[in-house]
Design a protein around this ligand. Structure first.
Ligand code: 2NL
Length: 364
């Protein structure tokens, strides 16, 4: 009997003092495990006389139940405490302000390219691109630029080492070789033969040996090309009027088409937009001055033929303009050279939020 009450005191004391779940489990094993104290008492039952066994057995069972209840209670107490400690240590302060994050901006050239893509996209043009390094056939010959033309001179064009077969290579001086490659494409030729129309814009980098206040050796151009069987000068005019008014966001913007000359178009026209100068500041819109912004014309039959199409069947118009220049005009950026200085203060001032976007269009 003494045994029973000593075991009880020790067992309940050990349970109560267990500081964590591991200690509690050790206490359980010491009492109820294979060699545990209460297990030991159970084993002695068989050695007792039947009437003693009944009474003693009931008391051992009652003790076992009491200890099990104490183990359960302690286990839940320790479990709650562990959870509370975990919650306290892992608490996060959701009211803490975030650390400021540096946010970049879109360069005005990228912004204007996106705008061009959106405006011409709505008119049914898709975006085409091609290599910066070209052979002289795609850059010059295909475009009806004769062998002795000044644009081909070493002083004007960046020549690269020739191809293994001797073909002269250049940094493209305009994006026109992309239009030439597109017309030469067999799938495009099949689409045209099936009665379709080709409408592309080609924005991209271009290179000329020129370096002063208003020229950089690398600059950006967008050219456009429409080819089908019926497109004429009236379509050229309507397209460019709509484009200029949409781009400069002036609904009644006046345009002036002046006769001009390019080897790759005939007839050719340069396009001016209306503007005025007040107090040294340029304003685009109806006024007493004109600003030249693009060149255009009906694609020369020689170019159509050079690009694998029959000029008796196909015709169309083309145009080209400087992206850097129209970006400067639209956004009032005074200095071309600042475009390529990678000056973060300049970018924060003239750059655009990447999240605003311009929506839809020829896309990229
Ligand atoms: C300008 C003038 C122009 C073109 C570019 C072109 C391309 C092909 C065929 C015919 Cl594949 N023409 N491009 C036509 C007229 C003018 O650019 O002042 N650019 C800055």
């Amino acid at each position: 009997m003494d045994d029973l009450s000593t075991i009880r005191t020790e067992a309940l004391g050990a349970v109560e003092q267990a500081a964590d779940l591991a200690a509690l489990d050790a206490a359980r094993v010491a009492v109820l495990g294979k060699k545990g104290s209460v297990t030991g008492l159970m084993k002695t039952l068989g050695t007792l006389a039947p009437e003693q066994r009944k009474e003693f057995g009931a008391r051992v069972n009652q003790l076992k139940g009491e200890i099990e209840a104490a183990l359960d209670a302690r286990k839940s107490t320790l479990g709650n405490a562990a959870l509370a400690a975990k919650l306290a240590s892992e608490k996060i302060d959701v009211s803490l302000p975030t650390r400021p994050e540096a946010r970049g901006t879109l360069h005005p050239i990228g912004q204007v390219m996106d705008e061009l893509g959106a405006i011409f996209g709505e008119m049914g043009f898709t975006w085409a691109d091609g290599p910066d390094i070209e052979d002289d056939w795609h850059n010059f010959s295909a475009l009806n630029i004769p062998p002795d033309h000044p644009a081909r001179q070493m002083q004007d064009t960046f020549y690269l080492p020739p191809r293994a077969d001797g073909t002269p290579m250049v940094l493209r001086t305009h994006t026109s070789p992309v239009q030439a490659r597109t017309m030469l494409n067999k799938d495009v030729q099949k689409m045209l033969a099936d009665g379709g129309a080709l409408r592309i814009i080609v924005p991209g980098r271009t290179f000329r040996i020129d370096n002063d206040a208003t020229h950089t050796p690398m600059f950006h151009q967008v050219e456009g090309l429409v080819i089908d069987r019926t497109t004429h000068m009236g379509h050229l005019k309507g397209c460019l009027v709509d484009f200029c008014r949409a781009f400069f966001e002036v609904d009644d913007l006046p345009l002036r088409f002046r006769p001009s000359y390019f080897p790759f178009t005939e007839p050719s026209a340069e396009v001016d937009i209306g503007c005025s100068w007040k107090g040294g500041e340029l304003k685009i819109g109806a006024g007493d001055s004109w600003l030249e912004i693009l060149g255009s014309g009906m694609v020369h039959p020689n170019v159509i033929r050079n690009c694998g199409l029959d000029p008796e069947v196909y015709q169309g118009f083309a145009f080209g303009m400087g992206i850097d220049r129209i970006a400067m005009l639209k956004y009032g950026i005074p200095d071309l050279r600042s475009f390529f200085d990678s000056d973060l203060r300049w970018l924060r001032h003239y750059g655009f939020s990447a999240l605003e976007g311009v929506g839809g269009g020829a896309g990229r």
